[in-house]
Design a protein around this ligand. Sequence first.
Ligand SMILES: Nc1ncnc2c1ncn2[C@@H]1O[C@H](COP(=O)(O)OP(=O)(O)O)[C@@H](O)[C@H]1O
Ligand SMILES: [Mg+2]
Length: 284
Amino acid sequence: MSIVQTENLTYTYSLGTPFEKTAVKDVNIAIDEGELCGIIGHTGSGKSTLIQHLNGLVKPTSGSVFIDGQNIWDKGVKIRDIRFKVGLVFQYPEYQIFEDTVFKDIAFGPKNMGLSEDEVSRRVKDSAEIVGLRPETLGKSPFELSGGQKRRVAIAGVMAMEPKVLILDEPVAGLDPKGREKILAQIKRYRDEKNATVLLISHSMEDVARFTTKILVMENGGVFCYDTPPKVFGRAAELASMGLSVPQITRVINRLKSAGIDIPGDIYTVEYAVKKINEYLARK
Ligand SMILES: Nc1ncnc2c1ncn2[C@@H]1O[C@H](COP(=O)(O)OP(=O)(O)O)[C@@H](O)[C@H]1O
Ligand SMILES: [Mg+2]
């Protein structure tokens, strides 16, 4: 069964005013448990608006959202419980840090869930470890930390609620390549250790290609496609016409192919390209 599902989901900002804007149009998605789903699309394609529906932060103008098969806006469903099940990390979450110690900031969510002090403490330590924060950092003020460290604190704060579905809006935007790599690996680790489902918005095709099991491509408020990375990046020309690109390595390989060099298969990571090129050279 799909853990995240939408049916004809539509959302219009400022409905009934001259500023009316339909940001999400008739979206039907079904994401299976355990998937690490990348969400890509041009700026303004509705990615952020879509994900804010999935934990009930935004109520659909029409259509439905189902989490674990349950319509989250049905009578009797507590949105609070949905928020615990579906954790949302906003873009630039470091700006939402407010407690005076890292420990307290990460503890805010789990405390709010009414967990015992011991359990809160276990979760804070556990999630700090997942995002690579050292134990001694927990006693510091978050405001003494670097931007990348603050981002980790904010992500750990949502992970500490141990949501079954973790959704992140551009979690590595603005970080240097090493920082990006680490945070993406930590997000993957959360998913592996907690058997969680992860959705992450990204505008880096390279990141999406390496880290996801499925890719949702949004176009103009709607779903262009939802498929595995090779299938999605196999549609290079269509993506280009939307202002999206395939990973750089896929472009390189496509050029080689069009120059008559026979490297078979769908190639979208550098590691796989190296393997295929070596095989080609060995054949020659
Ligand atoms: N608070 C808002 N009020 C009005 N329009 C908005 C608001 N937030 C986003 N929009 C519009 O909705 C569309 C989708 O935006 P968004 O979901 O932020 O897309 P993305 O995350 O893909 O860049 C855009 O046209 C954007 O200008
Ligand atoms: Mg956005």
